[in-house]
Design a protein around this ligand. Structure first.
Ligand SMILES: [Zn+2]
Length: 305
């Protein structure tokens, strides 16, 4: 069994597809410099950064939410046997469904799939190749996607971004639409009383956070509002993959301001294991500690650099 996080009546399981040095720091952050990265290596290595390859350690994962009423999967990672430009995603076949099964749920047991936004690492397992075509992996699930995100990625503006990754909309989103299992919703859609979506636009136009609120306990899945712990020190850093860098910057600061020093557990999707953190304020910047830890991750004097 994999470890669960309990928020009131809701159980949260992290369903990790892969974790490790995956993204080039200068590829992700156009504002990063060699000096900045060098200055922060002492707390980033080895947990958050691999200096030899200059790759940031991140997790690619989804989240299973078991509520008394629903079995919900939030994000479906990169998927199996899909043609992609990036080798780490190309024709891979990670045992992700086995990891899901280890949480006690089979694909047919999922009743709701939420894609927080339509990027290649959040939609992959939406479909699997069966009987000569891509079919929904979760046969009994309603798939929920923000209407504004769908419209963006389905149209020319979004399609123009696809050559860099491979056309994942065609193999991982359109087949769900064609099957009639896709529901396009408002960015602030409510799934049930304890699970609601909130618009956090910028990285993707219709990106949503998923709030879990049960019996007075609260958590939020932050999707890609913040990719990496380094952005606690540089919250103004948007990524090269943000559709609207200015909006992404504003949303990230609002997110961090809102949750820092609160008792709301945050799950930024790409933060390395164990992912669940409490953000903390440090002047106009931020720090964080992992759930269950008493020590903050970023050393105090790193804020003076
Ligand atoms: Zn992502």
């Amino acid at each position: 069994m994999i470890k669960k996080i309990t928020i009131g009546d809701v159980e949260i399981y992290r369903i990790v597809e892969m974790e490790g040095p995956i993204l080039g720091v200068f590829e992700l952050f156009p504002d990063a410099t060699e000096d900045i990265i060098k200055n922060h290596q002492r707390w980033m290595v080895p947990r958050f950064y691999e200096p030899d390859s200059k790759l940031l350690r991140i997790a690619i994962q989804g989240f299973l939410l078991k509520t008394p009423r629903h079995t919900i999967l939030v994000d479906t990672c990169s998927g199996a046997l899909k043609k992609r430009k990036r080798p780490i995603f190309n024709m891979q076949n990670w045992p992700w469904l086995e990891t899901l099964s280890a949480s006690g749920v089979l694909p047919q047991g999922i009743d709701t799939v939420v894609c927080t936004h339509l990027n290649v690492d959040h939609v992959g397992w939406n479909t699997v190749w069966r009987e000569d075509h891509w079919q929904p992996t979760f046969p009994n699930a309603q798939y929920i996607i923000s209407k504004s995100d769908y419209q963006y990625w389905d149209q020319l503006a979004g399609q123009n971004h696809l050559p860099r990754t491979g056309d994942y909309i065609e193999d991982s989103v359109h087949p769900v639409y064609d099957s009639g299992k896709l529901e396009l919703v408002d960015d602030n859609h409510i799934i049930e009383e304890s699970i609601r979506l909130e618009s956090i636009p910028g990285h993707s136009p219709g990106q949503v956070a998923v709030h879990i609120n049960s019996k007075g306990e609260k958590a939020v899945i932050g999707s890609d509002v913040i990719h990496h712990p380094l952005q606690c020190l540089y919250p103004e850093w948007s990524t090269n993959f943000c559709v609207d860098k200015t909006k992404s910057r504003k949303t990230r600061r609002e997110f961090l301001e809102k949750y820092a020093d609160s008792d709301i557990l945050c799950l930024p999707s790409h933060f390395p294991s164990p992912t669940a953190v409490f953000f903390e304020r440090n002047g106009s910047l931020f720090n964080f500690r992992y759930k269950g830890d008493t020590e903050s991750i970023i050393p105090k004097d790193s804020f003076m650099i």
